[in-house]
Design a binder for this molecule. Structure first.
Ligand code: G3D
Ligand code: MG
Length: 184
């Protein structure tokens, strides 16, 4: 269990089915993070990659379902992931903290997402992962927050956690926060 044990605790807190949308630019570390969760949640785990759209679905014990989308920065498949907005209860947004150059692209994608009418009406929480914390010279979580303008998000709960997708460090802390947000 190790680093992922708090994720399993999170699963214990959430008693019902929850759909989570996991987004971020390509190469941010989304698939790596999901793969780490798969290892820790062995029972009844299924991974269904949808060929062509780079969509991954991952269910844990039939309670948490993660749907993963690459934000290309060109909005190519935006219509597709917007289709999921009415049914998701939380968004996990993975930021590549080592990629300062594309932070502005991530910011644009985030802004576009938050302007979506469905999401504007639904105050679901957003968990940000400042991923690749191990990369030297990368942005700190507060620098990520500044680069993406997170402080401007006033209409819903959000938090940012430093993560290392490869070791799983920090992921459980973030999911614990999410579990608290989602429990009722
Ligand atoms: P994506 O699914 O968001 O597109 P991936 O991103 O999960 O495919 O990850 C992209 C690359 O980043 C992968 O490297 C992966 O190993 C690496 N990565 C993910 N998380 C971290 C992290 O926390 N630290 C570091 N140093 N690398 C990370 P490759 O080489 O396979 O392309
Ligand atoms: Mg991927």
């Amino acid at each position: 269990m190790g680093l992922w044990s708090s994720f399993l605790t999170s699963l214990g807190i959430i008693k019902r089915k929850v759909n989570i949308l996991l987004v971020g630019l390509d190469n941010a570390g989304k698939s790596t993070i999901i793969n780490g969760l798969k290892v820790s949640a062995v029972p009844q785990t299924e991974v269904v990659p949808t060929v062509g759209f780079n969509v991954e679905t991952f269910s844990t014990q039939h309670r948490l379902t993660f749907t993963v989308f690459d934000m290309s920065g060109q909005g190519k498949y935006r219509d597709l992931w917007e289709y999921y907005y009415p049914d998701v209860e939380a968004i996990v947004f993975v930021i590549d903290a080592s990629d300062k150059i594309r932070a502005c692209v991530a910011r644009d994608e985030l802004e576009t997402m938050l302007q979506n009418k469905v999401l504007r009406d639904r105050k679901i929480p957003i968990l940000f992962f400042a991923n690749k914390m191990d990369v030297e010279g990368g942005m700190s979580p507060s620098e990520c927050s500044g680069a993406l303008g997170l402080e401007e998000i006033k209409d819903r709960n959000w938090t940012i956690c430093a993560t290392n997708g490869i070791t799983g460090q920090g992921v459980g802390v973030g999911l614990d926060w999410l579990a608290e947000e989602l429990k009722y």
